[in-house]
Design a protein around this ligand. Structure first.
Ligand code: ADP
Ligand code: ZN
Length: 212
């Protein structure tokens, strides 16, 4: 299964990507996670991406397209993959088409803006393994500590309230047109993001079952 996850920042793409990855045994790749790891490691990629990300702007298309190209050519993507956070613009979607990849389904997780803003304020991420928690909706077993790897959880710089608003604007202007793009191709499925992670997962699995 080759999947794309669409949705506003904070809609829960990363969380659902993990569930799908476990159920179907396919890897999930998050461009945001790759970029954050690069920043943490002070690589050339990280230095290029940092200012864009801190402002809540998109990183230039060429940079993320390069990341995805490399990733999709790796062996562990042979049996399928989940793209979380890519494509995020029409040129990125066109670049993916040009790579000759056939996507089975594009799953769009819908959450309204007010809810997004509320969610982002409680989001905590693990910079070591990439896991995401939320202080209310998906709390770690031990406060401030990642369930998955036991390292410290942090607040993302771009989750600051004013940055969240500008990310939402970018989402509506540049990313949301992808819904139309994929709906015209006939493989868009829409799921309403729920309050509870497990409820969303249930809807996601139902929606994906027809692509098995
Ligand atoms: P969220 O979905 O919550 O916005 P991500 O981790 O997916 O978080 O992305 C964080 C940031 O990384 C984005 O705001 C953007 O700056 C950058 N980024 C991630 N994926 C892309 C992409 N496909 N194109 C451009 N920038 C990206
Ligand atoms: Zn972790």
């Amino acid at each position: 299964m080759k999947l794309i996850l669409l949705g506003a920042p904070g809609a829960g793409k990363g969380t659902q990507a993990e569930k799908i990855s476990t159920k179907y045994g396919i890897p999930s790749v998050s461009t945001g996670e790759i970029l954050r790891a690069a920043i943490k490691d002070n690589t050339a990629l990280g230095m290029e991406a940092k200012s864009f990300m801190d402002r809540g702007d998109l990183v230039p298309d060429a940079v993320v397209i390069g990341i995805i190209k490399e990733y999709l050519s790796s062996d562990n993507c042979k049996n399928g993959f989940i793209l979380d956070g890519f494509p995020r613009s029409i040129p990125q979607a066109e670049a993916l088409d040009a790579m000759g990849v056939t996507i089975d389904a594009v799953l769009d997780i819908e959450v309204d803006d007010a809810k997004i803003v509320e969610r982002m304020s409680g989001r905590r991420v693990c910079l070591t393994c990439g896991a995401t928690h939320h202080v209310v909706y998906n709390p770690p077993k031990k406060e401030g500590i990642c369930d998955k790897c036991g390292k410290e959880l942090t607040i993302r710089k771009d989750d600051a309230p004013e940055t969240v608003l500008s990310r939402l604007e970018t989402y509506h202007n540049i990313t949301e047109p992808l819904k139309d793009y994929y709906s015209k191709k006939g493989n868009l499925v829409v799921v309403e993001g729920q309050e509870q992670v497990d409820e969303t997962t249930k809807l996601v699995f139902e929606a994906l079952s027809r692509f098995e």
